[in-house]
Write a protein that binds this ligand. Structure first.
Ligand SMILES: Cc1cc2nc3c(=O)[nH]c(=O)nc-3n(C[C@H](O)[C@H](O)[C@H](O)COP(=O)(O)O)c2cc1C
Length: 373
């Protein structure tokens, strides 16, 4: 066993006792220990490459993914860890979310980037606030990655939350152009982080926010339609997306030349989860959401992410397009059954975050092979 496999196993056995101590202490402990663990994890590549059966090889937009599942955005924010992901058998290495300028992220009550596991519910809540290196430093680090066949590089990017239009648009267009000149194979536009302030638009075009439609339309005109190489662009929305808006959203993305949709990001519909959370996690959930807010991830999102991505996949299939448009499911994926149900529903790709670490603590670096088994 490698040292992070051992650490994750120890955490697996102690987690329920640690989170039972006190909500503040548990938030403090996991927010900081998570960072230390990740530092070790990114470097923990001294193990034999895990082979994924060839039947799982997935081709999308001419890119070859060794498996249809890979990390959700937020795990490899510092651009470290490519070798670990590739050797584990991940379909791709998704960096970010990265914003145009460096961000320090959220800090409150002595806690930097608050995070807490809901240990008995296989879920978590985080209020990170998009800490990241910024486009410039991320680009420099991407140059140093030695890429392998079967594990393309993706980058999740988002508008600078504290910039205003038109500066915010110019910055992100520059980012798209920068990554187009790099060895990045696909880009995911994060339109859904719950932990930064967004401007909300009450004006609507059909069922969609007018500002969103305008933003995506300008991106399409100024970058998507002018791409100089094969560089698929996906857009990630929240798992709180109203299913009634989904069809219009997909029609819009297709019309504007986007290549796929990811459903989705963490959820802030706290009241929906009150009846679903294990009693042992209730105090921590209440404390965290009342003190910080934050986005819910893990098992609690399983139903929503499947429902949304199923609607999306069925609609795309029915449209019988003459080009590819990919649906990616993210949220609550943690078992072989989840993978089976997802692929059988016509959803081509899967991302995991909370379930990824849950599976790592049980199966170590063989986690992709085991979940696909
Ligand atoms: C600690 C943490 C940080 C995250 N950071 C990002 C991020 O930077 N960008 C993003 O698009 N999603 C981010 N997410 C959301 C995940 O990518 C994913 O959409 C969400 O956790 C649901 O998947 P899961 O149930 O498999 O965890 C983050 C999630 C967690 C738990």
């Amino acid at each position: 066993m490698t040292h992070t496999e051992i650490l994750a196993k120890i955490d697996f056995y102690l987690r329920r006792s640690i989170v039972a101590t006190d909500p503040y202490l548990a938030s403090f402990f996991y927010s900081y220990s998570r960072k230390l663990f990740l530092k070790l994890f990114y470097e923990d590549s001294n193990f034999e490459k895990v082979e994924i059966p060839e039947k799982y090889l997935t081709e999308v937009f001419g890119l070859i993914f060794q498996s249809p599942i890979f990390n959700a955005a937020g795990i490899f924010k510092e651009v470290d860890g490519y070798e670990v992901a590739y050797k584990q058998g991940a379909g791709a290495f998704l960096i970010g979310t990265i914003t145009p300028k460096l961000r320090k992220g959220n800090f409150k009550k002595g806690i930097l980037h608050p995070f807490i596991p809901l240990a008995s519910t296989s879920s978590a809540i985080n209020w990170m606030g998009l800490p990241n290196l910024g486009f410039g430093e991320a680009t420099e680090r991407i140059k140093k990655i030695e890429k392998h066949n079967g594990c393309p590089i993706g980058i999740s990017i988002s508008f600078q939350p504290d910039s205003t239009y038109p500066e915010s648009m110019n910055e992100i267009i520059e980012g798209f152009q920068l990554f187009e000149r790099s060895q990045v194979d696909f880009i995911e536009l994060n339109e859904s982080c719950p932990n930064v302030v967004h401007s909300h638009d009450t004006e609507k075009i059909g069922k969609l926010e007018k500002l969103l439609v305008e933003r995506l339309s300008e991106l399409s005109e100024r970058f998507l339609r002018k791409r100089n190489r094969n560089l698929p662009i996906f857009v990630k929305f929240s798992n709180d997306t109203n299913p009634e808006q989904l069809i219009e959203l997909i029609d819009l993305l297709i019309e504007l030349g986007f290549d796929g949709i990811n459903l989705g990001n963490t959820s802030t519909s706290y009241s929906e989860y009150l009846t679903k959370i294990d009693l042992k996690d209730k105090d921590n959930f209440k404390y965290f959401t009342e003190t910080f807010g934050g986005g819910v991830s893990g098992t609690l999102l399983k139903e929503k992410s499947l429902n949304l991505s199923k609607i999306a996949a069925e609609y795309v299939c029915k449209k019988d397009l003459n080009r590819e448009f990919v649906v990616i499911r993210t949220g609550g994926v943690e078992s072989s059954e989840d993978i089976q149900v997802t692929l059988q529903s016509g959803i081509q790709m899967i991302n995991w975050f909370t379930g990824y670490f849950e599976n790592f603590s049980q199966n170590g670096h063989k986690l992709y092979q085991k979940i696909l088994d």
